[in-house]
Write a protein that binds this ligand. Sequence first.
Ligand code: HAM
Length: 423
Amino acid sequence: MIKAIKGTKDIYYPEIEKWQFLEEIVIDVFSNFNYNEIRTPIFEETALFARGIGESTDIVGKEMYTFTDRSGNSVTLKPEGTASVVRALLEHSLQKAKPLNKFFYISPMFRQERPQAGRLRQFHQFGGEALGSANPYLDAEMILIPYIVMQMLGLNDFSVKINSLGVPESREKYKAVLREYLSDKVKDLSEESRRRYETNILRIFDSKAENDIMIMNEAPKILDYLSNEDIDHFEEMKNILDDAHIDYEIDEKLVRGLDYYTNTTFEIVSGSVGAQSALCGGGRYNLLAKELGGVDIPAVGFAAGIERILLACKNEGLLEFDPYPLPLFIVLLDKYYDRVAYNLSLYFRGQGVETELDYLRRSVKAQMREANKNNAQFVLFVGGEEINDSKVTLKNMANGEEEKYSLDSLEEIVNKIYSSDEG
Ligand code: HAM
């Protein structure tokens, strides 16, 4: 038996209803903020991610699904969406068509991480990217949008963390201070952190090793080394979040795992999902377009993990729906009329009434069981004596009421079903 690849999942009923419910909310909220959907390819030239996300990051160094295709090109399944959106913007010169482009996406992403609860190899993100402005209102908006989505899902147990990494000049100054602080402590750090000391010093803040955490708790704080402009931008964003009544906490250890960030970084973390607690992450990346295409386009964005959000919903007892009611189930009383029944189903479907009937040629009893399983609101009986008078019987499953209708006045059945829906 061939099985699905480790760290990937099939998504089907009843779980799929939760995905559809979430995706509808996501699309509604993005549309409400006037974001446009963008769909980029599932794979890209490897160099896009290597340059965009950064050679020294875990994603590029250890986690990408990279392979050589039959033409000898190195291609990579996208591990995240931001680099692709920037590539698309530059490739189609969309910054010339509109000075500010606001995009959203819902897409699978691929990272070869060790699978565990909330961590998959093919996972799904919804994300937003606003390209063309350094306005702090957009930084706040990138927190506001996932925040609203989570509220609409009914989630309670989550919190917002924000930080600023400043522009590269102030960050380099800070890195030098951090290097100095750690110089006599490197030997006590974990092996991973000793490596990061050389390659990507800020990421030592992400270490889970107890001793590393103790050392980093005492480290100089990044916000003390930022320029006045960086601090002003950060303060403005905080004021906007305050006005929008969004609670947040400043976390100066929030350095994030991708190299493209400048100024704002943030995460929304859940208290209910265990170790993989980041439901959403993002920040500003004012230099990425320059890095990838030589054009200055300040930008900010976020991405949220759909599996993790659904896990948080499950742990908070949310989205436990009853199966959706089915407006109409047609029960065939004798096989001879199966064409009539099928044509009736097409008529009702054409009128926008979701309709099902039995394709398995089962007994009337079994058909009724199926109607109940489908949570049918009405059952239409086709066949029996009455069909000789061109009549069918409609049964209201909520109260057991039965009424006969003529095949010449099917619109009455449609009206009956719709009017019961309104009630
Ligand atoms: P990220 O923090 O790498 O950022 O991923 C964003 C979210 O995707 C995480 O908070 C998490 O919920 C989910 N996620 C990441 N890896 C996995 C995994 N292996 N399994 C399940 N869920 C996962 C980005 O991807 C950036 N592109 C965000 C961004 C957009 N920054 C600016 N614009």
